[in-house]
Unconditional design. Sequence first.
Length: 85
Amino acid sequence: MAHYHLNLFNDADLMDEQGRDFRDLPAAKDEAIRSARELMAEHLMQGRPIDLDDRIEIADCDGKTLATIAFRELITIKDRRNTPR
C-alpha cells in the first residue's frame, strides 16, 4: 500500500492534508476519476456550470505530483444538432 494525496484544484482549492492509502497509483487514479465525476454530477444536479479547467492532482507523501486528472478529459458532450445526418 502507498499513501497518496488527492488535491482538488477548482474555485476553492482543497488540499488533501491527511491523504489515503491505495494499492498503487492506478487505484489512486480510479478514485480521483470517481471523485471528479461525482463533483461534476453534483454541479449538474444543482444547475451550476462545470469548469473544465478544474483538476485533481495525485501527490505522494513528499508533495510531488504523480498524476493529474483533468475534468475536461472525463466528459464528452455530443450535440446531434451539428452532426450531418
